[in-house]
Design a protein around this ligand. Structure first.
Ligand code: ZN
Length: 329
């Protein structure tokens, strides 16, 4: 248990959720960011503001006989910009993708991995962002169906990210794709696709009248050291599993700016699937019986939560709006 900031509020103890690796879970920071987001929604008269304010307000933890804390029950709002939910989603995405990739490697040990980044021109408002994200999802499906791509494709994981350009207030929407391909992809020019090939295929799939920025790299180390290669794949998984938006983009403290960005991103991200699997990665996701990566449970999201340790007792932590912290009791 932590002792660094345990203060008493009417004899109550501040929540401290420390993982086995010594890392303290940032509940307080995430709840404060969630409140910052809620306040913007309230000013913008979003109906869901009230729901967002209740996100993670009460946390029920199981304490195991080994003295470990595991979140057992909580309600999360699942709003696409909620910092609390996105922290949980990122952990869930990382764990699920790690498990999926490990199993794909087991089934297809000779497969090779690529990391692809697809971009289009920045946009300036929510309506255009909404359209652009729809068109990109269609363009991506088209790209995956081209023979030059599909002939060696085993599977993929794709995630869409939107970042804010602080200089001109524009939005950059791009896709990170972890691709798993047959090893013959690298064999000859019939199979191999260089960066310029990926660029022209993406331009064609998106019907663009300009040359888009596309980046492709092999995820590997030169000596084909299996262990090192696995570490490189894990790093690419982490990059792909990152959540779609950063709250530092809309919780800057500049109210006018933050309101505009939240309004645009709410419109742009509305009902979008920001992450998806394809091919063998999709099949393995099903085989492993993992729940929906976007809409599933946000309570059990990391490795430490999934193992079986018997519960000794439970505690409940509640957010105290006045003291701005979680207290147990
Ligand atoms: Zn939330």
């Amino acid at each position: 248990m932590c002792t660094h900031d345990n203060m008493d509020l009417d004899q109550k103890t501040v929540l401290c959720d420390k993982k086995a690796n010594g890392k303290t879970q940032p509940w307080k920071e995430k709840k404060l960011a969630n409140i910052g987001y809620f306040e913007l929604l309230e000013i913008l008269h979003f109906k869901k503001a009230e729901r967002v304010s209740g996100c993670g307000e009460i946390l029920e933890f199981d304490i195991t006989y080994e003295g470990r804390m595991k979140l057992a029950n909580a309600w999360f709002c699942k709003s696409p910009l909620c910092p609390m939910c996105n922290w949980r989603k990122t952990m869930k995405r990382s764990l699920q993708t790690k498990n999926v990739v490990e199993e794909v490697i087991r089934q297809k040990p000779k497969a090779r991995w690529l990391f692809l980044t697809l971009t289009v021109k920045n946009v300036f408002d929510g309506e255009t962002l909404d359209k652009s994200l729809k068109v990109m999802a269609q363009g991506f499906n088209r790209l995956m169906k081209y023979k030059k791509v599909s002939q060696n494709m085993i599977g993929f994981m794709r995630s869409t990210e939107v970042t804010v350009n602080k200089k001109d207030g524009s939005y950059n929407q791009h896709m990170h794709v972890l691709l798993c391909v047959e090893s013959k992809y690298f064999r000859d020019s019939e199979n191999y696709l260089a960066q310029k090939d990926w660029t022209s295929l993406w331009q064609k799939a998106m019907k663009l009248d300009y040359v888009p920025v596309v980046h492709i790299e092999a995820v590997k180390n030169k000596k084909r050291n299996k262990e090192k290669e696995f570490t490189a794949i894990q790093a690419a998984v982490q990059e792909t599993a990152k959540y779609s938006v950063k709250d530092s983009d809309y919780l800057t403290g500049n109210l006018e700016n933050d309101l505009e960005v939240v309004k645009d991103l709410e419109e742009g991200l509305y009902r979008k699937r920001m992450i998806s699997y394809g091919g063998l990665l999709k099949e393995v996701h099903k085989q492993l019986n993992l729940d929906d990566i976007e809409d599933g449970d946000l309570v059990r999201v990391d490795d430490a939560d999934s193992d079986v340790e018997e519960k000794a007792y439970s505690i409940v932590a509640q957010w105290n709006w006045k003291a701005q912290n979680y207290f147990i009791g």
